[in-house]
Design a protein around this ligand. Structure first.
Ligand SMILES: [Zn+2]
Length: 254
């Protein structure tokens, strides 16, 4: 086997070890998708699923990679309703077959992901009760993110929402978050001046630092106190449906 093929196998092993969902795949389930899958590097701002276009592959991030699920409205407005990192996957989890995407999936933090073509994923779902069960559970978690976002965006002040978002980003990508103020404002659906003011407040409180497009979380406990209830609620729900060890159990979800 040549060096390139060996490196690719090593990366695939890293993906199966580093992604929460893939790490629970039994050998038989892994063997269904592995021959058709490859590791890709997701670059910042890359749109991997576009609204109205059939989803052709699912992406299982690992490492710091973070994908944002965004709803776009007329007039250029958009809002993040959920995010996905090494705990999950984007595309083809909820839907079946080549269905069009409702929102867009945009890479927020660059990093690696295992790309699984939809045909292989559908085959795996049909043949593996474990995968059907796992994806049903992750769909539940994804829906809970969207539900919580609706309530959060309506009722919680922007400082709390920003703190919540930073905690979630830290869960996915680590304490060093590469993010421009413009991108942060777009995610939260507010003006850049608003985000600028919020960042200054959180920085003055010693919770984060912000320099040259990088936000560094330096006081997670303090950020949790500053956040609304939404981060803790989703963390608890994830543990309930997927499990703290990533073991989603087995069998079909019916
Ligand atoms: Zn909230």
């Amino acid at each position: 086997m040549n060096r390139v093929a060996t490196d690719e196998l090593d990366r695939v092993d890293e993906a199966f070890a580093g992604n929460r969902l893939l790490s629970t795949f039994p050998t038989e389930a892994r063997s269904i998708i592995e021959p058709f899958s490859d590791v890709v590097q997701l670059s910042s701002d890359k749109v991997i699923h576009e609204r109205g276009i059939d989803v052709d592959a699912s992406y299982f991030p690992y490492g710091p990679a973070m994908i944002s699920l965004v709803v776009e409205l007329s007039g250029g407005r958009s809002l993040e309703v959920a995010s996905i990192g090494h705990e999950g996957a984007a595309g083809g989890i909820v839907s079946c077959g080549h269905a069009p995407a409702f929102g867009s999936s945009r890479v927020l933090v660059p990093g690696p992901a295992l790309r699984v073509p939809m045909a292989a994923l559908e085959d795996a779902k049909a043949r593996s009760g474990h995968i059907r069960n796992l994806f049903c559970r992750f769909s539940d978690y994804l829906l809970s993110q969207v539900m919580q976002s609706a309530a959060c965006n309506t009722f919680h002040p922007i400082e709390q929402r920003a703190a919540r978002w930073l905690l979630t980003a830290q869960d996915r990508a680590g304490s060093r978050i590469e993010l421009t103020q413009e991108a942060f404002a777009g995610l939260l659906g507010v003006q850049r001046t608003t985000v600028n003011a919020v960042i200054r407040i959180l920085q003055d409180e010693g919770l984060i630092t912000h320099r040259r497009g990088v936000i560094q979380v330096i006081d997670r406990a303090g950020l949790k106190q500053r956040s609304c209830e939404c981060h803790a609620a989703l963390e608890s729900h994830f543990a309930g449906v997927i499990g703290p060890s990533g073991n989603a159990g087995s069998g079909d979800c019916g």
